[in-house]
Structures are given as structure tokens and as C-alpha cells.
Design a binder for this molecule. Structure first.
Ligand SMILES: C[S@@+](CC[C@H](N)C(=O)[O-])C[C@H]1O[C@@H](n2cnc3c(N)ncnc32)[C@H](O)[C@@H]1O
Length: 319
């Protein structure tokens, strides 16, 4: 970042560069590790620019009184712990810009690993189901990247979270992603079969939750994080119900907590899954469980491209 004085434009109003310096200093004094990047993003946001780099293309631009007041308000909210992405309303994920805000989890960079592994594991054809979809991060990444443009059904129990997913579907123009409100597979027809099921479910125990940064606990939805006394209740339910919604040879990929790999393997094995693998994230920590559907008598398969959320009747909860 160039050296800039904090004096701004000389007439008392702040330039873009001086605003970054002032915001940086406030965020730094609050101990925010990523203060430098965040200050640039906040100033870019109030100026209506696409990136922090753009701020430095016109560093002498003077903020209007309205922009300055907005920056002060956002900086204050950030200092009180709101995630930066809630303030700017956007989060980057897998090369996409997703709309986020209060009521939906901010997609985490480590979940991009779930997408990478799902792209590798996809059997090549057939519908996909993304459970616990939140803003739709995983569902949209897969819809954009998978060959053959398969139907993607994205389910979440929280209507508020799915409203962000609906905004993202419109922004990204991926109509093939069907957004459904419901508890895991409850909203899909019993006969619906998917070639691949992905999930980044809640997997935090109350004890772990108490150790999370206060910013996360105070601002991000508890339903996105907490999962029973041991943090495994949702993973257990997914393992027990996914087999009846997978085609023969279909795969399940589920993000897990880095200390849950032994339990996750046992849960999947007890549910009859085969070829269970616990796969590392980019830092080598075990973060994704991958498993192949249990062997069973073949029943009805979902026809790729067909709406598996409701067939001929009205699909309850489809946004
Ligand atoms: C860890 S967040 C993941 C969100 C998104 N997949 C992502 O990676 O950013 C978990 C999500 O699961 C949803 N959820 C929790 N319990 C659920 C359930 N029983 N059925 C469906 N969704 C559930 C929450 O509302 C939340 O959006």
C-alpha cells in the first residue's frame, strides 16, 4: 500500500487513501488479523468499487459525506464483531461472488475442498443433491463445474438461508439448481435417487461452540453450526438416510470436523457404506468423508434432468 498521510484532501474531508489508513488503524487496534485487506474492502464497498485494488487507482478521490458516514457505520459494526461479508453483503467462493448476510453462514474457504473432491468423485451422470446448502455455495459451484449440466437439488432447513440461495441463483443464472426448504431428505420423494450427495452440515458440539470466536457465536446462525451433544447428530442422520437416495455406485461426500474422522468412518461403515475414505484439506487435516452407496437391490432411479423434488405434484418449499 502506498504511503499516505491521514490528512486527506486538505479541506477536512477524507480521500479514499486516507480512509483506508484510518479504517486500517481502527481495525488493527481491535486486533483484527486481516485488518489491511478488510480496510481496503470496506472503502471499496462504500465507493461502489469492485475490489480494494480499485481504491488505489484513484487514491485522491474524496469521499462524500454520505460515503464517509456509511464507512464509519460499517467500521463500527465490524469492530463489534459482524463478519466483513455481512457488511459488504458478498462472499467469494469457488470463483463466484455470493450474496450473504445475517441468517446464513458465510461460506468458508476450506469448503472449496469439498467441491474439488466432489468434482473428482462425480460418477459422470445423474442428479446431485446438496444437503445443508445455506447460501448454495457448494450447489452452485457443482452446477457450474460438473460435466453434463446435471440437475442439482439444494436443501436447507432454514428458509432465511435459502432466500440468499435464491438471490444467488438469480445472480449466477443457474436455473438447474432447485432450492428446497426442509429437514435433510424430508422434502424429496421417497423414490428420488441421486448419483452424488454432498453436505457441509452442522458438526459442532456445544463444548466446541463455546470455544468459537465470539464474532461467530454472536452473528452467524447457531443452526448452521451446532449438531447435538457430540456434534455428530446431523452427520449420523445423513449417513442413515442417504443410502436410500443414492443410485447404485452413487457417492456421498460430507465435510466433517478435523477431530471427527474416526467417528465419521464408523458411522458410515455402520450405515453400510463402502470404500470409505477420509480425505485431507489443503493443510493436511482430515476434513471430508467420501463413501460409496451400500449394495442393495436396485429400485427406481432418478432420471437425470427430471425434477426430483416433486415429480407431478407441487414441490413443497421450492422457491
Ligand atoms: C455449516 S452450514 C453450511 C452452509 C453451506 N453449505 C456452506 O458451506 O456455506 C450448515 C447448513 O445446514 C443447515 N441445516 C442445519 N440442520 C439442517 C437439517 N436438519 N436439514 C437441512 N439443513 C440443515 C443450516 O441451516 C445451514 O445453512
Amino acid at each position: 500500500m502506498p504511503q499516505v498521510s491521514e490528512e486527506g484532501s486538505g479541506d477536512g474531508r477524507l480521500t479514499a487513501a486516507a480512509s483506508v489508513v484510518k479504517t486500517l488503524s481502527a481495525l488493527r487496534s481491535a486486533g483484527i488479523d486481516t485488518a489491511r485487506a478488510e480496510a481496503g474492502w470496506l472503502v471499496a464497498h462504500v465507493l461502489g468499487l469492485n475490489s480494494a485494488l480499485d481504491v488505489w487507482r484513484t487514491p485522491d478521490r474524496v469521499l462524500t459525506a454520505g460515503q464517509f458516514a456509511r464507512l464509519a457505520e460499517l467500521t463500527d459494526r465490524r469492530l463489534r464483531g459482524e463478519p466483513l461479508q455481512y457488511l459488504t453483503g458478498l462472499a467469494g467462493f469457488y470463483g463466484m461472488e455470493l450474496v450473504v448476510g445475517p441468517g446464513v453462514l458465510v461460506p468458508r474457504p476450506e469448503t472449496e475442498r469439498l467441491v474439488d473432491l466432489a468434482l473428482e468423485a462425480y460418477p459422470g451422470a445423474g442428479a446431485v443433491c446438496d444437503l445443508c446448502t445455506g447460501s448454495g455455495a457448494v450447489a452452485f459451484a457443482l452446477a457450474r463445474e460438473l460435466p453434463g449440466a446435471p440437475t442439482v437439488v439444494a436443501i436447507d432447513i432454514a428458509p432465511r438461508a435459502l432466500r440468499y440461495a435464491a438471490l444467488n441463483r438469480r445472480r449466477l443464472g443457474v436455473a438447474r439448481v432447485h432450492l428446497v426448504v426442509g429437514d435433510l431428505f424430508a422434502p424429496v420423494r421417497p423414490a428420488a435417487r441421486f448419483a452424488m450427495i454432498t453436505a457441509n452440515p452442522p458438526y459442532v458440539s456445544p463444548a466446541q461452540y463455546a470455544q468459537l470466536p465470539v464474532d461467530v457465536r454472536d452473528h452467524e446462525p447457531g443452526i448452521a453450526l451446532l449438531a447435538g451433544d457430540d456434534g455428530l447428530s446431523v452427520i449420523r442422520r445423513i449417513a442413515n438416510t442417504a443410502p436410500r437416495h443414492l443410485t447404485p455406485g452413487g457417492v456421498l461426500l460430507c465435510e466433517i470436523g478435523s477431530e471427527q474422522y474416526v467417528e465419521a468412518r464408523n458411522i458410515l461403515a455402520a450405515a453400510g457404506f463402502r470404500q470409505i475414505a477420509i480425505l485431507p484439506d489443503h493443510t493436511g487435516r482430515p476434513r471430508v468423508a467420501r463413501a460409496t452407496a451400500p449394495r442393495r437391490r436396485a429400485t427406481c432411479s432418478a432420471v437425470p434432468g427430471r425434477d426430483v423434488t416433486g415429480g407431478g405434484r407441487a414441490a413443497p418449499g421450492v422457491l
